[in-house]
Design a protein around this ligand. Sequence first.
Ligand code: SF4
Ligand code: SF4
Length: 123
Amino acid sequence: MNDTVQTQYQPRKVVKHAPMSKGMTTKRKKKPNILAVINECCTGCAGSPACVDYCPVAECMYWVPDPDHPPFGRIEVDPLLCIGCKLCTSKGPDGTFLEGCPWDAIDMVSTSEWEAVHGELPY
Ligand code: SF4
Ligand code: SF4
């Protein structure tokens, strides 16, 4: 028996709410080496996410409302759309934040590590 066979990633059915990233609508050309993953530090920026406008891919970053605490929520990243460009996280010199998330709430994770947990991405 081979325990190392990787399962395919099964996307959850999600309703993507606004604020949502806008931009490229074409399928990414290749699987990126790194993916953006939102961590537990995401506050949702009180409904005005600072990160979303920097993402160049349509519907890649989207709002997930917190049903127990409206109008709060958080941002999620679609792993099938992220191109690993880091624009949502980029910092200026000496760690000064010029753009992207100011709260260290986005991790850039190696795609292979991500796939080991969530399953292999089809593209
Ligand atoms: S890494 Fe790039 S494509 Fe991925 S969520 Fe951030 S800005 Fe969007
Ligand atoms: S990832 Fe950062 S910038 Fe985006 S909503 Fe969360 S805390 Fe705000």
